[in-house]
Design a protein around this ligand. Structure first.
Ligand code: AP5
Ligand code: MG
Length: 184
């Protein structure tokens, strides 16, 4: 595939839990030299450090609930300040977050990784993160459907949504994403 230097874009990776957002964001961020901002990772770091934010986040994350919008928007504001390119992994996750993000910056493309519920459950049960317990996975999927899925339509209407089949090998999916990114 082609490799572009100075390929500066503001991207969102959207999709259900276990879709491969983090995996692909990591690969693409290295390839294109874009900063990756993973809200889940940021919150888990705070949890490990035992900060006030970490304690608040834990109470939501262990149940598979969303951390309140005000907290998440502040985190994003602090992290994307002065960046002209980035990949957001795990944000926005609610319509309100998406609307607030629009006030901060303009997104170029939204990569939506589409993966079936069955595949998600298999992947997450095999991983075993703190929130990868069967009941918590069910809740994360439910919350995704209620709160995050409406963002697909939101970005489709803006003409910046790119749907990618998220089933296949990691390499295959990276290729699919790259094709869409290099497309004008
Ligand atoms: P977050 O950390 O974002 O978790 P998530 O969205 O549930 O998604 P995952 O990280 O589980 O999946 P992923 O899509 O990144 O897939 P991955 O690459 O890891 O959020 C956790 C919690 O934080 C939330 O529940 C919420 O409480 C809070 N939070 C975060 N952001 C928030 C926000 N904006 N607002 C409010 N609250 C927020 O892959 C999954 C597994 O599959 C891995 O084991 C991987 O190795 C494997 N895999 C990847 N690709 C493939 C493939 N192609 N084939 C087979 N296996 C694969
Ligand atoms: Mg992730």
């Amino acid at each position: 595939t082609l490799k572009f230097k100075n390929f500066i874009m503001k991207l969102i990776f959207l999709g259900p839990p276990g879709a491969g957002k983090g995996t692909q964001a990591e690969i693409i961020s290295k390839k294109l030299n874009l900063k990756k901002i993973s809200t889940g990772d940021i919150l888990r770091e705070e949890m490990e450090k035992g900060t006030e934010l970490g304690k608040i986040a834990k109470s939501y994350m262990e149940k598979g609930e969303l951390v309140p919008d005000e907290i998440m928007i502040k985190i994003i504001e602090n992290n994307i300040k002065n960046l002209n390119g980035f990949i957001l992994d795990g944000f926005p996750r609610t319509l309100n977050q998406a609307i607030e993000l629009e006030k901060i910056t303009k997104i170029d493309k939204v990569i939506y990784l589409n993966v079936s519920d069955e595949e998600i459950k298999n992947r997450l049960l095999n991983r075993g993160r703190l929130d990868d317990k069967p009941e918590v996975i069910e809740n994360r999927i439910k919350i995704y459907r209620e709160q995050t899925q409406p963002l697909i339509e939101f970005y489709k209407e803006k003409g910046i949504l790119y749907e990618i089949n998220g089933i296949g090998t990691i390499e295959e999916i990276t290729k699919r994403i790259e094709e869409v990114l290099y497309e004008r």
